[in-house]
Design a protein around this ligand. Structure first.
Ligand code: SF4
Ligand code: SF4
Ligand code: SF4
Length: 197
């Protein structure tokens, strides 16, 4: 097993950069930094890292608030200025690099623009595209999809739908659908549509 203390900040940055959502990038970076290279010898970096992780967790969990952005900027700036070594400064710099992007702003509005943070998305079936083949029923291990397979000469089918209360947002039904009828939508928009109907 790799000793996490030996992991280099540059390697963490590279893996973090592979993520699409900037909030997820920052959370991944700080989580890995805390698990490995962060040695705890100076306060701005050690305390700042724990605080930044708490704020970023809040943001990806769907509880982002405007004050989180101010708090995170303050923490990251403190890390950049006050950290004793390059590792802490680079971590503060990484957060500041992404904080003013549309991705962060979107989370403040209750939307993950990259549609990757599960708290901000829903999986849904586009009825007009669904041929009621039933492939998704087999793909979903969580019993979250309801519907009746189409059978010849029988009418009155129950349309296919995804139950929000059971869906764990694993995404496995998406590639299983031959019609590309299962799509990811913004949870906020979906909720507004449900209230309106
Ligand atoms: S800035 Fe450097 S010395 Fe200070 S806690 Fe972070 S890793 Fe340790
Ligand atoms: S995202 Fe996962 S849990 Fe949700 S309906 Fe699709 S397969 Fe089932
Ligand atoms: S796999 Fe696609 S087309 Fe088939 S029933 Fe499910 S949503 Fe409809």
């Amino acid at each position: 097993m790799t000793d996490k203390r030996l992991i280099k900040v540059d390697d963490i940055r590279k893996t973090a950069d592979e993520r699409k959502c900037p909030v997820e990038k920052a959370l991944f970076y700080i989580t890995e930094f805390l698990a490995g290279p962060m040695c705890g010898k100076c306060f701005p970096c050690s305390m700042g890292s724990y605080e930044a992780r708490a704020v970023l967790n809040n943001m990806t969990d769907g509880k982002a608030a405007e004050e989180d952005l101010f708090k995170l900027r303050r923490i990251a700036s403190g890390m950049l200025i006050g950290s004793m070594c390059k590792k802490g400064k680079d971590t503060g710099r990484f957060i500041l690099r992404w904080i003013d992007t549309a991705g962060f702003a979107g989370h403040m509005e209750g939307i993950c623009p990259e549609r990757t943070c599960s708290a901000y998305i829903e999986y849904t079936i586009v009825t007009a595209k669904c041929t009621m083949c039933g492939e998704c029923l087999t793909a979903c291990k969580y019993g979250a999809i309801y519907g009746e397979r189409r059978r010849a000469f029988i009418s009155g089918y129950r349309p296919f739908e995804i139950r929000r209360t059971k869906c764990v947002k694993c995404g496995e039904c998406v590639p299983a659908c031959p019609e590309k009828a299962i799509v990811v939508v913004d949870a906020k928009v979906k909720e507004a549509e449900t209230v309106a109907t």
